[in-house]
Write a protein that binds this ligand. Structure first.
Ligand SMILES: [Zn+2]
Length: 80
C-alpha cells in the first residue's frame, strides 16, 4: 500500500470515519460503506475519504503521520 494511502487509512480510523472538517461520515474503499447511513452510492461520492495535508505540500508539509488528516473529497476540494 502506498505510504500516503496507509496514513490516510490510519487517520480515517483514528477519526472514526468522520471528516476532520465537516464531521460527516466518509467511505474509505467503497461508497457502500455509507449504506447504513442511508446514503446511496451516488450521494456518497463527495464523501470519499481523501488525505489532507495539514501543512500544505507547497509549504513543506510532508507525508508523515501527524501531517495527514482524513477529509471528505468535498471539503478537500474547497480548501484547494
Ligand atoms: Zn468534509
Amino acid at each position: 500500500m502506498p505510504k500516503l494511502q496507509r496514513l490516510r487509512t490510519d487517520a480515517f480510523h483514528a477519526q472514526k470515519g468522520r471528516c476532520c472538517y465537516c464531521s460527516l461520515p466518509m467511505w474509505n474503499t467503497s461508497p457502500d460503506e455509507l449504506k447504513p447511513f442511508g446514503l446511496s452510492a451516488r450521494t456518497a461520492t463527495p464523501l470519499r475519504c481523501t488525505a489532507e495535508h495539514l501543512l500544505a505540500q507547497q509549504d513543506g508539509g510532508r507525508d508523515v503521520a501527524g501531517n495527514i488528516a482524513a477529509a471528505c473529497w468535498s471539503c478537500n476540494q474547497r480548501r484547494h
